[in-house]
Design a protein around this ligand. Structure first.
Ligand SMILES: [Fe+2]
Length: 273
């Protein structure tokens, strides 16, 4: 297996300064989405696109439920060690530890490969509204900070530079709404409408699961590749399909240091077991 060190452009692999880390967290808390900047070089992004193509082309991947839909694959770390190692790449991992705690871990490692016309294009808050509000309470007080139990980290593997490329779109601040979007295509929250998260190949952006978001339809002739992780606080159990009796393959753990093992789920005893 090759490593992520074969690059022509060097991307600095070190934690952000405390000041920069706090600035990212403040923007994330306020807007629900933030572009952090380059995590991978363009060459590394190209290598991972090829790795994703191999997963989709592998007839075994369907049988092992690594393929969820024609354009979504999951548990990428099982297929290629480079996805596993990405979970502890700097500055991603230090940022996640600052946001979710020193005992955070991954609960998902997916990719979305949108060929033209493919997208999850209805606005939504992921899964369910964590703190629903009744109709007569319009929003959470802007003086409080919406808790972050889970962060969707996205790494663009192709340039997403225009709306035609199918960017992530979100409604800034809508994670304070306490409800699902008021329109599936063009929701509005306190005068805020959808904005696009543009990114160059290799850039990392973070998204609060509760901010209203979607993948805009890819109407270009360029296939859009993104990968990433769901990082969570420790109290959210890991949930890799088939969930009950999931066993992480031995080869995924081979050579992993203690930090990586913890990110993969090795913890001391604690609350909830
Ligand atoms: Fe989503």
């Amino acid at each position: 297996m090759s490593s992520l060190t074969m690059t022509t452009t060097i991307i600095e692999q070190k934690p952000f300064s405390p000041g920069k880390t706090q600035k990212i967290i403040d923007t994330f808390n306020r807007d629900g989405c933030v572009n952090v900047g380059p995590l991978l070089s363009a060459d590394e992004a190209a290598e991972l696109r090829e790795a994703i193509d191999r997963i989709f082309a592998d007839p075994e991947a369907e049988k092992t439920d690594n393929i969820y839909s024609p354009y979504i694959a999951v548990r990428l770390f099982e297929h290629d060690i480079r996805f596993r190692d990405l979970a502890v790449r700097e500055p991603l991992i230090s940022l996640m530890e600052a946001m979710l705690g020193e005992d955070c871990h991954i609960i998902a490692n997916n990719c979305v490969r949108n060929r033209p016309g493919e997208a999850i294009d209805g606005f939504h808050a992921d899964d369910f509204v964590w703190f629903p509000l009744p109709d007569d309470i319009p929003r959470f007080d802007s003086r409080m900070t919406m808790p972050t139990f889970l962060v969707n980290t996205h790494i663009a593997l192709t340039d997403v530079e225009t709306e035609e490329h199918g960017p992530l779109q979100y409604v800034s601040g809508s994670h304070y709404s306490g409800r699902q979007p008021n329109d599936p295509k063009d929701p509005e929250f306190e005068g805020q409408r959808k904005v696009s998260m543009f990114a160059k190949a290799g850039e990392l952006y973070l998204q609060h699961p509760q901010v209203w978001h979607r993948g805009a339809p890819n109407t270009s002739d360029r296939t859009r590749y993104i990968t990433g992780f769901g990082f969570s606080k420790r109290f959210i159990s890991q949930r890799f399909y088939p969930f009950l009796n999931y066993r992480m393959p031995d080869h995924v753990l081979e050579g992993a240091d203690e930090r990586l093992l913890r990110v993969l789920g090795k913890h001391p005893k604690g609350a909830y077991g």
